[in-house]
Structure formats: C-alpha cells, structure tokens
Design a protein around this ligand. Structure first.
Ligand code: URA
Length: 270
C-alpha cells in the first residue's frame, strides 16, 4: 500500500519499514506466459499471443499481457478450459504388466510400479491394480488430482477387458449392469457387454478392492485375465506392457474436466 510522503522535516521512517514498503511494491507471482509455457501451451512467445488474443482468463477475467499469477491459487483457463497443471507436476501413463505390485515399496522384494517410471520427481500410483491385473495406471506427484480421481464421488470411469471362464448369459450380464451383492455391499450400476464369448468389457466408476474379480466371481465366472483399458478419457492401445509415457496437455485437461464433471454428476462434496 502506498503511503503519503513524509512531512518536510519529519524523521525518516525506520529502515525496515522502508524495505517492507519497497518489497510490497515488487510484482509477485510468475508471469502468465511462463506458467502457460510450463504447462505445455507452447513457447513463451506463442503463449503471449494467446494472452494478447484474449483467449486466457485468470479467475474468470480476461488476462492482459504482463499479468502475474500464482499457479497454486489462481484459476487459469485457455478458451474456457482450465489449465490444471502446476509447474513441477508430472503425469505418467504406465502400462502395468502382471507380476508388478502397485505400491511404492514391496516388503517381499517384488518389482513395484514406481520402479518402472523415472525416479525423480517422486511419483505415486493413482489407485491400484492387483498384482495379476495388467493395463493402464496413472502415476503422478499431483496429490490433489490423484485424490479427486480416486474419490468415489467423482465417478471417474474405469474400463476393463475381462477374460472369464465360460460364456456369460444375458441374464448374468444384466446382473453385472444392475449391481451384484458383494460382501461389502451392492455394486453400483455398471456397463457390461460380451464382445466375444467369455470376453467382457466392464466399466465401473467405483474403486473397491478387487471389484471386477469379485463381481465376476459373484456371477459364477472367475476372471482368467484382467486388463484395464481406459481411465476416464485416457486410453492408449499402442503403449506396450512396462512402457510409460507422459500425458499430453490435452489429456491432462480432459482428465481435469472429467473429474469436475463426475463431481457434478454425483453431486456430493468431497
Ligand atoms: N478390479 C479388480 O478386481 N482388480 C483390479 O486390479 C482392478 C479392478
């Protein structure tokens, strides 16, 4: 805050007060174009062009060139879509093979998912796949997004390709869709189809322990092979087992939007 100039002849304010006043005048936060560039929107120059074109808002207001932001606090949007990534955060998509455990450290010396991705910055798995389950697993150091993805009230869809013993009847498929009784209660409505005999595509939005295996057990068709093929909007048919890649900016945005849409759909506070 600016202060009036001292009266002529008045004593100088103490030095520390002068410093505090000077510091308050210094711009705080990071330049918007720098934050945009760090989140994958292109070079700083092209990010400046985005801002100049009026396509970037900060907390709902069209941003001007030179604007500074705090990426941990300010809501930054480009063309109305949130730029949900803060500098320093990483988002990996891993194709987990069987035999690898979804923990940070295994007491039995087995390979963990954390060992399959870069060790710095340290990331952790978002949710969990059983040791015998294959397929897509997100890994990140963004605790906030991880929490929102795994929270059941956000209802992020998880799709699985499931090879089961025997051919499933239409009645049993209906049971999977309507909900099956498990020891921890009824499952929520799911999507279930049988693209070929004994191969099911099941989509759930809950995240209970060994849920798909238990659902299939409950209808009398034990799982022989379980592969997660989609997490919300994220899918990848060309990622080989044990391989990983970073999510693209578009994928990160789609994921943030899916979490927000899920929260509204299930209309429950977290
Ligand atoms: N459901 C299961 O039964 N296992 C998994 O790993 C994931 C979902």
């Amino acid at each position: 805050m600016a202060t009036d100039p001292p009266e002529p002849g008045a004593p100088e304010p103490p030095l520390w007060e002068q410093w505090a006043e000077q510091r308050a005048k210094l711009p705080t936060g990071e330049r918007l174009q720098k934050v945009l560039a760090a989140t994958g929107w292109g070079s700083r120059r092209s990010c400046e062009e985005l801002i100049a074109a009026g396509r970037v808002t900060v907390n709902g207001e069209v941003a001007e060139l030179g604007r500074r932001v705090d990426p941990n606090v300010d809501l930054i949007e480009v063309d109305g879509a949130p730029v949900g990534v803060k500098p320093g955060l990483v988002y990996y998509l891993l194709n987990k093979p069987t035999g690898v455990v979804t923990t940070a450290k295994d007491t039995h010396g087995r390979t963990t998912v954390v060992e399959l991705v870069p060790s710095t910055p340290r990331v952790f798995p978002v949710g969990r796949l059983d040791i015998d389950t294959e397929g897509l697993l997100l890994m990140t150091n963004d605790g906030d997004l991880a929490h929102r993805i795994t929270h059941p009230s956000h209802g992020i869809e998880k799709e699985y390709l499931v090879h089961v013993r025997g051919r499933v009847t239409p009645g049993q498929l209906r049971q999977l869709r309507d909900g099956v009784e498990l020891e921890d209660g009824m499952t929520a409505p799911a999507q279930a189809s049988q693209p070929s005999p004994g191969v099911l595509r099941i989509t759930i939005h809950e995240g209970r322990n060994r849920q798909v295996r238990r659902m299939c057990d409950a209808i009398g068709h034990p799982v022989l092979r379980l592969v997660r093929t989609r997490i919300g909007p994220i899918t990848d048919r060309s990622l080989r087992p044990s391989d990983w890649r970073e999510l693209s900016t578009g994928e990160r945005r789609a994921l943030t939007e899916a979490v927000a849409a899920g929260a509204q759909r299930y209309d429950r506070p977290t």
